[in-house]
Write a protein that binds this ligand. Structure first.
Ligand SMILES: Nc1ncnc2c1ncn2[C@@H]1O[C@H](COP(=O)(O)OP(=O)(O)OP(=O)(O)O)[C@@H](O)[C@H]1O
Ligand SMILES: [Mg+2]
Length: 399
């Protein structure tokens, strides 16, 4: 019996020590919100003596704006015994007048013979709340800075384009005159100016595009257009670049969807980017452009099964190392810096293409093996853009 009493006492002392040395603030309130017990952590946490709180309503220390929320949860606790009620957040005043933010869980143990009260278990979350607010503020500032940067780049590149167009226009005019009089030296020099000008214009256009995309200023211009016609235009633009590296280009148009409703210019731009890369990173190899329709292969953004128009650009070029694949679509990223010295480019093509496809409700994926080749695939939602379908499949080969 004596041993049993000793064990009981030890157990009680252990639990008391746990509560009294904890960092949480534990209060036991009656149904009228009067405090009957408060853990001694009160002194450490809020600076009050126990007798300043016991026998009083603790809600008096709560910020007036938070009393209503806390009361609501307290009243709810009174109606729902033995349930840990959702965390309430409230501000409490310290004995020195300063404020801290606390989180509390309330449990109604009024029917528990050893407690006979509503237990309010609170802990200080002030620091966490402040760092959350600081993080939010930093994110807002970073977002604003990023928008300002994008707007600056967009304006800059717009301003750069105007004089450049004049340079290109005049070199064209002078080139025609030099050709007419057969002045070979001047023709050669003017061609250099024209080529450099055109290259610079491409770079500026890319920077303008990525800034507009990042600033959310890019707009879609939707119209019905023929995929077959678009592919013909794309192929005739890219063919000289493909030929330049001794490559061949095969086009398979297996989709029975021809006229779709979408932004032809943006699709053309994305396809030209992919084909330009394929031609740039492939020597004496094969490039294949396949257009097909796929049913429900991939889930659309809204989670529904969808029908896609799929544009696939496959090459037998140098391929991309697996560790580079996740970064390919980031702006200004090139898979291999040493390679970028051989091949021209700024590393914007894929970043722009991906964002353009996403704007159109689609996406781009990549598969690649070093030394074997790469496959880039654009998926565009057919159901949203589909205007008319063509019954017969069509195949075309421009090799
Ligand atoms: N078909 C491909 N084969 C091998 N590597 C590729 C291929 N396509 C892209 N890459 C790699 O991905 C990088 C990024 O491509 P991206 O089109 O974004 O930039 P870029 O072609 O270098 O420059 P830009 O397109 O701005 O002129 C390339 O530099 C290249 O390293
Ligand atoms: Mg590119």
């Amino acid at each position: 019996m004596l041993e049993q009493n000793r064990q009981k006492l030890e157990s009680e002392q252990r639990f008391r020590a746990l509560i009294e040395n904890g960092t949480d603030l534990i209060l036991v309130l009656d149904a009228n919100r009067i405090c009957h017990y408060v853990s001694p952590s009160l002194g450490r946490i809020l600076g009050y003596a126990l007798n300043e709180i016991i026998g009083k309503s603790v809600f008096e220390l709560v910020h007036s704006d938070d009393v209503a929320t806390l009361s609501e949860i307290f009243d709810h606790a009174l109606k729902t015994p033995r349930i840990h009620l959702p965390i309430a957040e409230y501000r409490v005043q310290h004995s020195d007048g300063s404020w801290s933010i606390f989180e509390a869980v309330l449990t109604n143990l009024l029917d528990h013979p050893a407690v006979r009260g509503v237990v309010m278990n609170s802990h200080d979350v002030t620091e966490r709340k402040h760092s959350e607010a600081a993080l939010k503020q930093a994110a807002t500032e970073a977002e604003a800075a990023n928008r300002a940067k994008s707007a600056f780049l967009a304006n800059m590149s717009h301003e750069l384009r105007t004089p450049l167009s004049v340079i290109i226009g005049y070199s064209d005019m002078l080139l025609e005159e030099a050709l007419a009089v057969g002045d070979k030296d001047t023709v050669r020099d003017l061609k250099q100016i024209r080529t450099a000008g055109a290259h610079l214009l491409t770079l500026i256009n890319d920077i303008l595009d990525i800034s507009k995309l990042e600033a959310g200023q890019m707009r879609l211009y939707l119209e019905p257009f023929s995929i077959a016609t678009l592919i013909k235009e794309v192929v005739s633009t890219i063919q000289p670049i493909v030929d330049g590296n001794g490559n061949s280009l095969k086009v398979d148009l297996t989709s029975n969807v021809d006229v779709i409703y979408g932004d032809a210019t943006k699709l053309r731009q994305a396809l030209l980017n992919l084909l330009n890369n394929a031609a740039k990173f492939t020597q004496q190899g094969k490039i294949t452009l396949t257009v097909s329709a796929k049913e429900g292969e991939t889930k659309a953004a809204n989670g529904k099964e969808s029908r896609w128009i799929v544009f696939q650009v496959q090459d037998t070029g140098i391929g991309i190392a697996p560790e580079q694949l996740p970064h390919l679509f980031e702006a200004f990223t090139q898979a291999d810096v040493s390679i970028s010295r051989i091949h021209s480019g700024t590393g914007l093509g894929l970043a722009i293409s991906r964002r353009l496809c996403e704007m159109m409700g689609g996406k781009i994926t990549v598969e690649s093996a070093v030394g074997v080749g790469s496959t880039f695939t654009i998926y565009l939602p057919a159901d949203r853009v589909n205007a008319k379908t063509k019954p017969a499949a069509q195949e075309e080969d421009t090799e």
